[in-house]
Ligand binder design. Structure first.
Ligand SMILES: *[C@@H]1O[C@H](CO)[C@@H](O)[C@H](O)[C@H]1NC(C)=O
Ligand SMILES: *[C@@H]1O[C@H](CO)[C@@H](O)[C@H](O)[C@H]1NC(C)=O
Ligand SMILES: *[C@@H]1O[C@H](CO)[C@@H](O)[C@H](O)[C@H]1NC(C)=O
Ligand SMILES: *[C@@H]1O[C@H](CO)[C@@H](O)[C@H](O)[C@H]1NC(C)=O
Ligand SMILES: CC(=O)N[C@H]1CO[C@H](CO)[C@@H](O)[C@@H]1O
Length: 533
């Protein structure tokens, strides 16, 4: 059990005072406020350019093809590069509209939110012959619906009287039921793929990833809390516990595994693809459900990551059995990690890694998918940038925590690059090769759910004032409700905060340094405290 002594606000203020002093004159306050408004308006335009083009050229199909101004029914293909089983009887689930619901609310468009809710409740069905990736369908569709349901039923009265009769929750529950056959395995670890109409296909692959079966608890847990039916949360929890039991003696988990045997397939592991949101969900599940168990898992896992993967500001991969470094690569997906570290309170570590991602972004104009740290060069085949949100996400968290205007400048540079390189007449297109800026005919739904949302919130966080939300790994907000907490942490303080933050600082109040092994050395003396910043 961890010590939970209180920590004074004075230490926090000392830690943050340099950033606050940067904004000391009201003149520069006004200048920054004007700059933030201007950038907020730019992001607003970007979102609507993406959204309107989707609605005109692609809706109700899944995603927009911005170059050809057509569509793709990509929900059935997400994560399946081989496209081996394209369904006949599937013509889309309005994926991008579902992914846009919470962004519409955050940007204050209640009329469009309402039409979307009405359309979905009348037209959307999941009784379709589509083999979907459980993880992707969970974070994008179930998460989108559950979050929008919570936004539709909070005290804000966003929807016209009598319009909302829990239709999104009904859809979410129907989808949740279709997920359950995937969990019917000897280990309780779910298959990576499930057919929405027919359940798990014959001869389905038993290989899945750690993030694939370890990041379901937020959405399925929320579904259980909302419906009063525990089976969704139980299934996700059972899988998570099983996965955790498979960790090595170093508290590391591999990247891929077999759901029928519960054995690891890929032992090399890191904080990027195939693992990333597993860590994120352990911690966020602790905040959302107030369970000690999640905190204990996260705490051990976080120490192991800092100990075995971290090298200065970088994170490499290592073998889960020996802790020996395997690949020295920076991947675009890893850029979420500083954002998670902000929630944990490890601001100094977050800041130093974030700067390295910004450096690589500036070097190429956008963040390439994979960068070889040992050679300081691009990976020969993974030179793409599919409009990913992770750097914008971390920038938003770091600005929330520090109010250092430097992060606004980072946001501005992200906005400018996106407009310069990826904006086309028909929307925003992914980049196939960052060295040539050649485009690809695909506007991913997460550009609307995450990239635009985090940039908007970086410049205008009014949606978060006096609210406590955590964001799912797809950027869908879920309110932190005390009624969902098993037990509120002892140190929970009600304050006027914009985000729920957990500070993890040593007892002497000094922020952790960037030494490779420092977390291990001092973790046992950490305090934890919930407070606003
Ligand atoms: C809401 O979205 C619709 C569709 O893009 C747009 O026509 C309308 O102007 C938006 N309203 C607001 C208040 O932004
Ligand atoms: C399943 O795979 C086996 C071995 O590859 C094959 O012999 C069998 O026909 C397959 N069954 C179905 C229903 O596809
Ligand atoms: C982040 O790092 C930069 C450069 O090392 C430093 O100047 C700045 O004070 C740091 N900010 C925080 C909040 O740690
Ligand atoms: C909370 O903070 C916001 C923004 O700083 C402010 O407008 C609001 O008045 C505050 N509310 C309370 C109850 O202090
Ligand atoms: C029941 C039904 O069909 N509702 C809507 C489904 O979508 C079409 C096309 O957008 C609408 O016209 C229907 O009202």
């Amino acid at each position: 059990m961890l010590p939970r002594k209180s920590m004074t606000w004075v230490l926090l203020l000392l830690l943050l005072s340099p950033a606050i002093m940067n904004l000391s004159t009201s003149q520069s306050d006004a200048r920054w406020a004007a700059k933030k408004r201007r950038l907020r308006d730019k992001v607003h335009k970007m979102f609507y350019h993406a959204y309107d083009n989707y609605m005109i050229h692609a809706f109700p199909h899944d995603e927009l093809k911005p170059l050809s101004k057509s569509f793709t029914d990509s929900l059935s293909e997400l994560g399946n590069l081989k496209l081996e089983r394209l369904p006949q009887d599937y013509s889309g689930s309005a994926l991008t509209l579902i992914e846009s619901l919470s962004s519409l609310v955050i940007m204050g468009n209640n009329t469009e939110f309402q039409s979307a809710v009405v359309w979905l409740s009348e037209n959307l069905t999941f009784n379709v012959d589509a083999r979907v990736n459980l993880f992707e369908c969970n974070i994008r569709v179930l998460g989108g619906l559950v979050s929008a349901h919570l936004l539709a039923t909070d005290s804000t009265d966003r929807l016209g009287k009598g319009v909302y009769k829990n239709q999104l929750l009904t859809l979410a529950e129907d989808l949740g039921k279709r997920f359950l056959p995937a969990f019917n395995t000897p280990t309780g670890l779910p298959y990576a793929w499930v057919n929405l109409k027919y359940g798990v296909m014959e001869n389905e692959t038993t290989e899945t990833s750690t993030s694939g079966c370890g990041s379901l608890i937020l959405e399925m847990g929320a579904l259980s809390r909302l419906t009063g039916d525990p089976k969704y949360e139980s299934a996700a929890l059972r899988a998570l516990r099983k996965l955790w039991s498979m960790r090595s003696s170093l508290n590391l988990l591999g990247t891929t595994l077999d759901v029928s045997t519960g054995e690891w397939i890929e032992y090399s592991t890191g904080i990027g693809a195939g693992v990333d949101s597993f860590y994120e969900y352990l911690f966020k599940a602790h905040i959302l459900f107030g369970k000690e168990e999640f905190w204990r898992m996260f705490h051990s896992a976080y120490i192991a990551v800092q100990k075995y993967f971290r090298h200065g500001p970088w994170y490499h991969e290592a073998d889960m059995r020996t802790g020996k470094a395997t690949y020295w690569q920076l991947t675009s997906l890893q850029a979420f990690w500083p954002g998670l570290q902000v929630l944990v309170g490890d601001i100094a570590a977050a800041n130093s890694s974030h700067r390295e991602f910004v450096y690589v972004w500036k070097k190429y104009g956008v963040l390439p998918e994979r960068y070889l740290l040992d050679h300081q060069m691009l990976h020969p085949t993974e030179k793409y940038y599919p409009l990913r949100p992770e750097l914008a996400e971390s920038t938003f968290y770091l600005y929330q925590a520090t109010k250092d205007p430097w992060y606004i400048e980072v946001g501005e540079s992200i906005v400018n690059s996106l407009n310069l390189y990826t904006k086309v007449d028909g929307g925003f297109a992914s980049i196939r090769d960052v060295t040539t800026m050649q485009l690809e005919d695909h506007q991913h739904s997460f550009f609307l759910a995450e990239t635009c949302k985090y940039l908007f919130l970086l410049f205008d966080d009014s949606f978060l004032v006096e609210k406590n939300y955590i964001f799912t790994t797809e950027g869908h907000p879920l309110p932190v409700l005390s009624s969902w907490h098993d037990r509120l942490p002892d140190t929970y303080i009600q304050t006027n905060r914009t985000l729920l933050k957990v500070l993890l600082l040593p007892k002497d109040g000094k922020p952790s340094t960037t030494d490779k092994f420092n977390v291990k050395a001092s973790m046992s003396s950490y305090n934890i405290e919930f407070m606003g910043m």
